[in-house]
Design a protein around this ligand. Structure first.
Ligand code: ADP
Ligand code: MG
Length: 864
């Protein structure tokens, strides 16, 4: 008993010495975590070089785009055939993916040999052979009459299913290797210079085996690595692969043993012919030696097979050499994977990355400790990532089928979405037709005979003169009809100090007042005026007042304005058909606190035109693209049939939002426009406005997104409560999502903020929907504007017209593309007009005061 204990002790000591000896000898092969992090850093640089357009040609790590743009999301289904050309044999697979939420994958496969002569023969021969095998296989499965999509992507050996984020490492590639030799991952498109487009992600095949070919690994490569390289078919190439691949693992061990023997550190300095022959120490031997419970005994077996007569020490040393070589392989792998994870993490900007790595290959699967060491090292190198490893079951074949399945699903879904969006994309002909119809409707609104039934009302405003710069004085102005109700004090100066100075205060109009009685609404307005006068220290002062009232009104004079109908969410009772000046005056009298001289009621479009006209005498058109949309312009008096007189011009408030209310745009309206209209306060009314303006664009987008989701084309088919909520998709989000400098990540953040969990692909789709909807709005608006400017030109019998359009409205001002698209459309559809656009600074508020100032000037001149 005692003796055996002693013996065991003795052997442990001895083993310990041997291990130390080998460890010292192979000091250079044992990489510390600092070294591995340094290698990860270098690999990061190489990845960037490979992705960059200018650096790519000379980069050693090529980072090849695969054009596989999405990983499976679990909704793909169907039957597929796959070919797996992974080794000396090749397989034909039939895969059925059922989309029952569980994503079951059924498989049948058959291995076919590729005869030597065919493998070395011509490509045609090889593919003929493959076709023959395929026919045989389909015969056997009795699927010959089916036309199944075929996946033939052996370079893409495994795809992780169901998980959004994954990348994979292949331990099997090419025709004969069983090495650890490549990896791929999903990269942001914006980082892939070689492929056009910035949206989404594409799988990058890194070809990482070539890492180090430019000398980046020279300091860690050992003499054994150099020897392997020199004796290889491709010296100087694939240097990283040669350090980590299973293909070279046994050979590395052999070279080390030979060198140690030559230095008389092993085998008593004796060598055998077998040990000296390339390839006799196999990677399988490494696995076996490290795997056996009694690895030392296994080492002895291998060494004896090699014609050696090993001592116990030799066996212990050999065992240790194997450990060091395979550990280095796992560590280096971990270092490069760490670089990839770091990059994905930075791409996604996440605090903590959760990622799954799909792995395939025999070293990973068969070596007894490789996987464990790789996992452990990687977790040490990237402690801020949660990494899951997934062995791909039959990665190569199933992978090919899954790639096909994904491609088919994506193509199908893309087609379905495009078909839905098609009617929202207007052709030039359609836009010209919109312009033509607008012209017709304008004439119908102007004409006495048809005015009553015309939807585009073309209302006279009694504004006939624009500011000439001589106006002066202090004026009060009210701005009602936009998002905010405001009271303003405007000081207009002439002469040297010509200009406009404004003070204003915003007041809210509570929903219950908007939907209450007219008296309540106007009492509230007067209350706000009183508050404002007190706030300005002007209590009791009586000033001329201009009232911007942005609803369709029939005016009989500048200071008489009969509300025809509420729009944009207003609904106070007892106002329609009444003169708003009277309603305001009555409310002022009810309060008995101050008196006001209501000089002018104007529309916000008119105010905008006036404001811009103060700066630019060519400004004869006003346009609003905010909550609602409307336009006005200077029409010839002879055409304004509702007002007596033939001389001069008068500004006409078109109320173009109602364009289409007689059905004349029905062929352009989509089911989404109809849905938005139906749920609005004024169903059936303001159809043109509902296709253009800020109050509705977000809702159109939301309706489209719901439709896509219901049909499983978005958000993985899951409709969230948030998405069902009216109004959540505000138009400002359209602007944000379409902003050019915004990465998709930020789009996802916006969607997340809206309670919509999206994948990267989802965010691309949402962005596209926003683009299509906003583009249509801008084009429709442009078509309408083209009709207006062309009419002015024709009125005046001019070949060309130079005109300025004063514009106001947050959608126009803040949307990143709206204005540009609108301008282009006008230019295209009204080529004979030279149209400039001038943004008004607070058109509706300032404009009312300016009109009041003009009216006061004319009144005073008349009195004189
Ligand atoms: P109004 O037309 O009511 O006088 P605005 O011109 O300020 O007021 O327009 C307000 C509308 O503009 C809102 O209803 C909203 O739909 C839209 N909007 C607000 N912010 C943005 C933005 N960043 N981009 C595009 N549209 C916006
Ligand atoms: Mg406004």
């Amino acid at each position: 008993m005692i003796a055996s204990h002693l013996l065991a002790y003795f052997f442990t000591e001895l083993n310990h010495d041997q291990v130390q000896k080998v460890d010292q000898y192979l000091y250079h092969m044992r990489l510390s975590d600092e070294t591995l992090l340094e290698i990860a850093k270098r690999f990061r640089k190489e990845m960037e070089k490979g992705l960059g357009a200018t650096t790519h040609p000379t980069a050693s790590v090529k980072m090849l785009p695969t054009f596989v743009r999405s990983t499976p999301d679990g909704t793909e289904h169907g039957e597929f055939l796959a070919l797996d050309l992974g080794g000396t044999n090749f397989r034909v697979l039939w895969v059925r993916v059922t989309d029952n939420g569980l994503q079951k994958v059924e498989m049948e496969n058959q291995i076919y040999a590729i005869p030597e002569d065919i493998m070395r023969g011509s490509g045609t021969q090889l593919f003929d052979h493959i076709a023959e095998c395929l026919a045989n296989f389909m015969d056997k499965l009795q699927i010959k009459d089916k036309k199944l999509p075929l996946g033939f992507t052996f370079s893409f050996p495994c795809i992780q299913t169901k998980l959004d984020e994954s990348f994979l490492v292949s331990w099997t590639k090419g025709f004969k290797s069983s090495g650890v030799d490549n990896a791929c991952y999903m990269e942001e498109m914006r980082h892939i210079d070689m492929v056009e487009g910035d949206e989404g992600r594409m799988c990058i095949n890194m070809e990482w085996g070539a890492f180090g070919d430019d000398g980046a690994l020279d300091d860690i490569r050992t003499e054994f690595d150099q020897e392997i390289d020199m004796g290889s078919l491709n010296p100087g190439k694939q240097l990283f692969e040669k350090m980590i691949s299973g293909l070279y693992m046994g050979e590395l061990v052999r070279l080390i043993l030979v060198k140690m023997a030559k230095e008389e550190l092993l085998f008593g300095g004796k060598l055998s012919p077998e040990l000296l022959a390339t390839g006799h120490f196999e990677t399988k031997d490494v696995s076996d030696i490290e795997g056996e419970k009694d690895g030392i005994r296994k080492a002895r077996e291998v060494l004896v097979r090699l014609g050696l007569d090993p001592t116990q020490e030799d066996c212990v040393a050999t065992h240790r050499v194997c450990q060091i070589v395979s550990t280095r392989s796992a560590s280096l792998c971990a270092a490069t994977l760490a670089a990839v994870l770091r990059r994905i993490k930075e791409n996604k900007g996440e605090e903590r990355l959760r990622s799954t790595i799909g792995v395939d290959g025999s070293v990973y699967k068969k070596h007894p400790h490789f996987a464990k060491r790789l996992h452990k090292t990687l977790r040490r190198l990237v402690p801020d990532c949660d990494i899951r490893f997934l062995r791909s079951e039959d990665g190569s074949g199933k992978g090919a089928a899954m790639v096909t399945a994904v491609a088919y699903r994506l193509a199908d879904q893309h087609r379905a979405r495009q078909k839905t969006l098609e009617p929202l994309k207007l052709s030039r002909e359609q836009l010209l037709e919109v312009k033509r119809r607008m012209k017709v409707e304008m004439e119908r609104g102007l004409s006495k005979e048809t005015h009553a039934i015309a939807p585009v009302k073309m209302l006279p405003t009694y504004v006939c003169a624009t500011p000439d710069g001589t106006e002066k004085g202090d004026f009060l102005a009210l701005d009602l009809g936009g998002t905010n109700f405001r009271v303003l004090l405007v000081r207009v100066r002439n002469g040297k100090r010509r200009g406009v100075e404004m003070h204003n205060k915003i007041y809210s109009i509570p929903q219950e007042v908007m939907h209450g009685t007219g008296d309540e609404l106007f009492d509230h307005i007067v209350q706000c005026i009183a508050d404002f006068l007190e706030y300005m220290g002007m209590k009791g002062v009586s000033l001329p007042l201009g009232f911007t009232f942005s609803f369709p009104c029939q005016q009989n004079s500048l200071d008489e304005s009969i509300l025809l109908k509420w729009t944009k969410g207003f609904k106070a009772s007892g106002c329609e058909g009444e003169d708003v000046v009277t309603l305001l005056k009555e409310a002022i009298h009810r309060r008995e606190e101050f008196d006001l001289d209501v000089v002018a009621v104007v529309n916000d479009t008119v105010g905008t035109m006036m404001t811009c006209g103060y700066e630019d005498p060519h400004c004869e058109v006003g346009l609003i693209v905010g909550t609602g949309s409307n336009a006005c312009y200077m029409e010839e008096m002879r055409n304004v049939e509702l007002v007596e007189g033939e001389e001069g011009r008068m500004c006409v408030n078109m109320e173009w939002g109602a364009f289409g209310d007689n059905g004349c745009l029905d062929d352009l309206r989509t089911e989404f426009d109809a849905a938005v209209d139906e749920l609005s306060l004024n169903a059936g009314k303001q159809r043109f406005e509902k296709m253009i303006s800020g109050m509705y664009l977000g809702e159109i987008v939301r309706n489209i997104l719901i439709d896509f989701t219901k049909r499983g084309l978005l958000f993985r088919g899951r409709i969230s409560e948030r998405l069902k909520t009216r109004g959540i998709f505000e138009t400002k989000f359209l602007s944000q999502i379409e902003s050019d400098c915004l990465a998709l990540l930020q789009v996802r953040a916006i969607l997340h903020h809206l309670g919509l969990e999206s994948t990267c692909d989802d965010s691309i789709i949402v962005k596209e929907v926003c683009t299509v909807v906003a583009r249509r709005a801008a084009q429709l608006c442009g078509a309408g504007m083209a009709a207006v400017v062309d009419k002015i030109r024709e009125n005046r019998g001019l070949d060309t017209l130079k005109v300025t359009v004063g514009v106001d409205g947050t959608l126009y001002k803040l949307h990143p593309h709206f204005a540009k698209i609108m301008h282009e459309t006008v230019k295209d559809l009204a080529p004979k007009c030279d149209v400039s656009f001038l943004e008004s600074e607070d058109g509706s508020g300032k404009g009312a005061a300016l009109i009041t100032a003009v009216a006061c000037r004319i009144r005073e001149a008349g009195q004189r």
